[in-house]
Design a binder for this molecule. Structure first.
Ligand SMILES: Cc1ncc(COP(=O)(O)O)c(C=O)c1O
Length: 482
């Protein structure tokens, strides 16, 4: 379908779907939100969904399903072993990725557990453009370490570079020489690089990286969880790929890698995950881990209803009208905020709009989690739930000191096909207000700090009464009931 043109208006992002089922939203007054924030230990993961107006925590498992996906669930074939649903799913994945073997798992991190358990051991290195939290946790749990080789420009917040997730090829060669090829468990390329702002990687870079890996005989793995956004960006930003269809690009990418894995909470708009392979021996080397950790080989911990929905979702992920929705809304949001002067990660990527908290809250030391504080401020001032992606999401160094993150981001995720343009305008408005009152935001510190993945379950407190002062200013602006 062509992009919609307007008579007296610049083009705006258009919802290429209509709403069939709705969920009522609830905007608590600011004083109640303040109480809820204390109850949640200044950790947005700990908030209850009913207390949130705009849930922009993540796109994971909260993308809207289409009518065709919903109706497909009725077809599900429930069986512990040999479910027809699984064979349909496997066939669809083979059609799209050209990989014959499929190991199902209950979500993305479960795939990461299987891959790390199979390939990582004490002292081994995994090379990647940038880590994802759960990926790294599984690798380090087994005594491995991660080398992140994203190009330096990828970590510059304001940029016009189209592919900020690209790997630095010189660093890659040097790292393989330093580690020795035998010690590299695998090279992992993450499409739509999550923790640096949903930034894509080009096909050209994927090809160059996998060529180098082949030269040294190193296994290559693609994390395709955010592939659909990356596919959109390759199609519109990479000159040599403009004439290719999304299906052709997907196949060209899959052909480069030994293994593709994904979270179907993202790719496929459902809930689940899978590891895809073309090599039979490699498949057999991991198959026993699925019944041990996930479930039998024909469901892998997933509900068959979700698997049926996913099959349709994979096809929808190959349609430009569908995969353009997220990036276009994000682009709109980023451009509006950038024009207002709010420090944003530019250009807009996939997954969500990312605020540069290092800059916005430059008065808060990194040890007091500027992005963690800013994300709380957005809930207090508008009922918007985002996610901290900075130092708080890191793990401490072995000596107990903070591992300061190279970026301090607040992610406002745009789950696909969920929010409308007026809701996006509301978010833009409240972010502007918070930005204009940023000096009122203070730091936060842990009162309960789990050892691993502390951002999920940790509890924190403000370092002063800044939340009360911020809420007072907000009420003075918008009234008691907002
Ligand atoms: C790039 C990437 N890889 C892996 C995962 C893990 O997937 P899941 O949340 O399904 O465990 C995520 C989840 O956000 C992700 O963004």
């Amino acid at each position: 379908m062509p992009a919609i043109k307007f008579y007296k208006h610049e083009p705006i992002p258009m919802e290429m779907h209509k709403v069939k089922i709705v969920q009522q939203l609830n905007l608590l007054p600011a004083d109640e939100r303040l109480k809820k924030m204390y109850d949640a230990g200044f950790n947005t993961f700990q908030l209850h969904n009913g207390d949130i107006f705009m849930d922009m925590l993540t796109d994971s498992g909260v993308n809207a399903m289409s009518d065709l996906m919903q109706s497909a669930t009725l077809r599900a074939d429930d069986a512990y072993a040999g479910s027809e649903t699984f064979y349909r799913m496997q066939a669809k994945l083979e059609e799209i990725f050209g990989m014959k073997y499929c190991l199902p798992a209950h979500q993305g991190r479960a795939c990461e557990n299987i891959l790390a358990t199979r390939f990582v051991e004490e002292g081994k290195c995994v090379i990647m453009n940038y880590h994802f939290t759960t990926t790294k946790a599984h690798i380090t749990r087994l005594g491995g370490h991660v080398e992140e080789l994203v190009k330096d420009e990828g970590l510059v917040s304001k940029s016009t570079l189209p592919f900020k997730g690209n790997i630095d090829l010189e660093k890659l060669e040097a790292c393989i020489q330093k580690e020795t090829p035998e010690n590299v468990a695998f090279i992992r390329v993450e499409a739509g690089t999550n923790l640096i702002g949903g930034q894509p990687i080009s096909y050209e870079n994927m090809k160059a990286v996998t060529d180098i890996a082949k030269k040294y005989g190193i296994l290559t793995v693609m994390d395709a969880s955010l592939l659909q956004d990356n596919l959109y960006f390759i199609k519109i930003r990479e000159e040599s790929m403009k004439e290719k269809s999304i299906r052709e690009i997907t196949r060209m990418i899959a052909d480069l890698f030994d293994i593709v894995y994904f979270s179907a909470r993202k790719f496929g708009f459902a809930r689940g995950g899978a590891i895809l392979l073309r090599d039979e021996e490699l498949y057999h080397s991991m198959e026993d881990l699925i019944p041990m950790f996930e479930g039998f080989l024909t469901y892998g911990g997933m509900s068959v209803k979700e698997m049926e929905a996913m099959i349709v979702g994979f096809d929808e992920s190959m349609e430009m009208d569908v995969i353009s929705q997220g990036p276009q809304f994000i682009d709109y949001c980023v451009k509006q905020l950038d024009a207002y002067g709010v420090p944003m990660i530019t250009p807009g990527g996939g997954l969500g709009a990312h605020l540069d908290a290092m800059d916005i809250c430059s008065h808060i030391p990194q040890e007091e989690y500027p992005a963690g504080a800013l994300v709380c401020a957005l809930y207090l001032c508008g009922g918007i739930r985002g996610m901290e992606r900075g130092t708080l999401s890191e793990e401490r160094n072995p000596d107990g000191s903070e591992r300061l993150s190279s970026m301090e981001l607040v992610r406002l995720a745009f789950p696909r096909r969920v929010f409308t343009l007026s809701q996006t305008e509301y978010v833009i408005d409240r972010v502007k207000w918070v930005y204009d009152h940023r000096e009122l935001i203070g730091g936060i510190h842990f009162v309960h700090e789990p050892k691993t993945l502390r951002f999920f379950t940790g509890l924190l407190e403000p370092t002063s009464d800044w939340p009360e002062k911020l809420v007072a200013a907000y009420k003075a602006e918008f009234g008691e009931d907002q």
